[in-house]
Design a protein around this ligand. Structure first.
Ligand code: GLN
Length: 535
């Protein structure tokens, strides 16, 4: 199937150490040396995908080009590598068991007792190797979700053990741990790392490289101690110090020689020094802003850092492009009302209304749109945000007082947003939305055309409702136009108000498409309009 090299990233001690960022940073360094690399995430939960999880459980759901609803780490992978991922890049325990059970029912294992070992572990190994089916990758980096010792991740660790046994130096295990600083003792503590490596050893896996997350620098003594107790060379004990931005991590990992150690251990040539010119330029511009702008993000998960991850990262990319410090602030839509909207939103140079589902906070979002429209504040509405812009315009400009989306009010007399025809007969909720990349044609002369500078684009989607084309003429006559339309089924993809300084709503999700190497034009232009508004 493949001659790729397999690198596994496991985590110990605690969650949230940044396995995703370490995986993406190592991948970036290998890519910058001229290797082709992809990253995969194995998630130990039983949901078939995170599409049915709410952001309180799991942060943002990231959508790939091929329409997979995936873990938000895939967003980091794409933003770092500037290459697309796919369904195969995110596997859950639910998906593994689903396919094993389907095979059992089909009779593929006739006569056998179906067991965790070998059937589940075989399926895991198959899914890992499947990524290199067409042989285009030199390295497959597989991040194992969860923390070593969790019951849920045992089959994954066992699959790693088997692959190492079968493939020798074509496999490598990088274990990420925490080296906490105890203020009372005034020192860094290596014991949690020793324990977590012991736990991995009990499962038959000897890590090759340890990446130690820490808030203080490790000394030679720390490294030697960890090396001795964990059976790794001192040079394979890598420090991962807390830093100001995730985008600095690849450079920190380069200083620690993570890439050269990995290459050496896998008998692979170093090729060239990593070409990180674009990356360093990005970081320089990010860290040396010459202006500043305040953007308000209106959503119902305002307290959750990860709920709008791709949106906040897209603003970082756009900020670096303009060498502008983009301060984003989340505003809870549930608490926005006509009486306080100006107090809540007047400090912002631009307003974004976020994607979402369901009734909660919807009226606050609509009130925020009205404020942006009437006060000529640059506005970007994404998915539900675009739908709110349509509802607001229908109510307050067209005078359709009870206009709504049938998602929130099935009995509205003016269903300006309605369920898509193809969605009407769907009752299962998992993986059944309009998902993934679809084409959109842009009207020449529109603001959207100014932004994209092309007539035909492709963007990713995740929705069940759409603009109701019955009302297209009413909107157009009153000053809100559909400037982007799907060429095949006439689904409205972009709405804008030409008489407003900058007012765009998009049915798709541009945030899934912004990377370090290429800031998304909608975010770039929205930030620019907000900078101009500030002046
Ligand atoms: N709830 C809306 C729909 O399903 C919008 C979805 C979204 O914002 N991703 O169409």
């Amino acid at each position: 199937m493949s001659s790729a090299k397999y690198i596994f990233i496991t985590g110990g001690v605690t969650s949230s150490l940044g396995k995703g960022i370490i995986s993406a940073s190592l991948a970036k360094l290998l890519q910058a040396r001229g290797y082709s690399v992809t990253i995969q995430k194995l998630d130990p939960y039983i949901n078939v995908d995170p599409g049915t999880l709410n952001p309180y459980e799991h942060g943002e759901c990231y959508v790939t080009e091929d329409g997979a609803e995936t873990d938000l780490d895939l967003g980091h992978y794409e933003r770092f590598l500037n290459t697309p991922t796919s369904q195969a890049n995110n596997i859950t325990t639910g998906r593994i068991y689903q396919s094993v059970i389907e095979k059992e029912r089909r009779g593929d294992y006739l006569g056998e007792t179906v067991q965790v070992i070998p059937h589940i572990t075989d399926e895991i190994k198959y899914r890992i190797k499947l990524l290199n089916n067409d042989g285009k990758f030199d390295f497959i980096i597989t991040e194992i979700g969860g923390t070593v010792g969790d019951i849920e991740s045992l089959p994954y660790i066992e699959a790693v053990r088997q692959m190492r046994w079968e493939m020798g130096s074509d496999c490598l295990v990088v274990h990420l741990t925490l080296v906490p600083y105890l203020a009372a003792a005034g020192e860094l503590k290596t014991k949690p790392t020793q324990h977590s490596v012991k736990m991995l050893l009990e499962l038959g896996v000897q890590p090759d490289v340890l990446v130690c997350r820490t808030e203080r620098h490790l000394t030679e003594t720390h490294r030697n101690k960890i090396a001795l107790f964990c059976n790794v060379e001192p040079t394979s004990v890598i420090e991962s110090i807390d830093t100001d931005t995730i985008y600095r991590v690849p450079l920190l990992m380069k200083e620690e020689n993570l890439d050269t150690i990995v290459l050496y251990k896998m008998n692979m040539p170093e090729k060239q020094e990593p070409d990180l010119r674009v990356w360093e330029e990005f970081l320089y511009r990010l860290k040396h802003p010459t202006s500043e702008v305040n953007i308000g993000i209106v959503g119902k998960y305002a307290e959750l850092k990860d709920a709008y991850k791709s949106i906040s990262e897209s603003f970082i990319h756009a900020g670096s492009l303009h060498q502008c410090k983009v301060n984003i602030q989340m505003i809870h839509s549930e608490y926005i009302e006509a009486s306080n909207v100006s107090e809540k939103l007047s400090g912002f140079d631009g307003i974004l209304v976020a994607p979402g589902f369901g009734e909660r906070g919807i009226e606050g979002k609509i009130t925020a749109v009205k404020y942006a429209r009437e006060n000529k504040v640059p506005f970007l509405g994404i998915c539900l945000g675009m739908q709110c812009a349509v509802i607001e315009f229908a109510r307050n400009v067209l005078g359709f007082k009870d206009a709504h989306s049938t998602e929130m009010n099935p009995r509205t007399t003016h269903p300006v947003i309605d369920i898509m025809e193809a969605q009407k007969k769907i009752s299962c909720k998992g993986g059944t939305m309009r998902l993934g990349t679809y084409p959109c044609d842009i009207a020449e002369g529109s603001r959207a055309f100014d932004v994209y500078k092309t007539k035909s684009i492709f963007e990713r989607h995740r929705h069940r409702y759409e603009f109701n084309n019955k009302f297209l003429e009413n909107f157009k006559n009153a000053g809100m136009i559909a400037s982007g339309i799907n060429p095949k089924d006439s689904l409205v993809e972009i709405m804008e108000i030409p008489s407003h300084p900058w007012f765009i709503g998009v049915q798709f999700h541009p945030e899934y498409h912004s990377t370090v190497a290429k800031s998304h034009p909608l975010f770039a232009e929205f930030v620019k309009a907000s900078m101009e508004n500030k002046k």
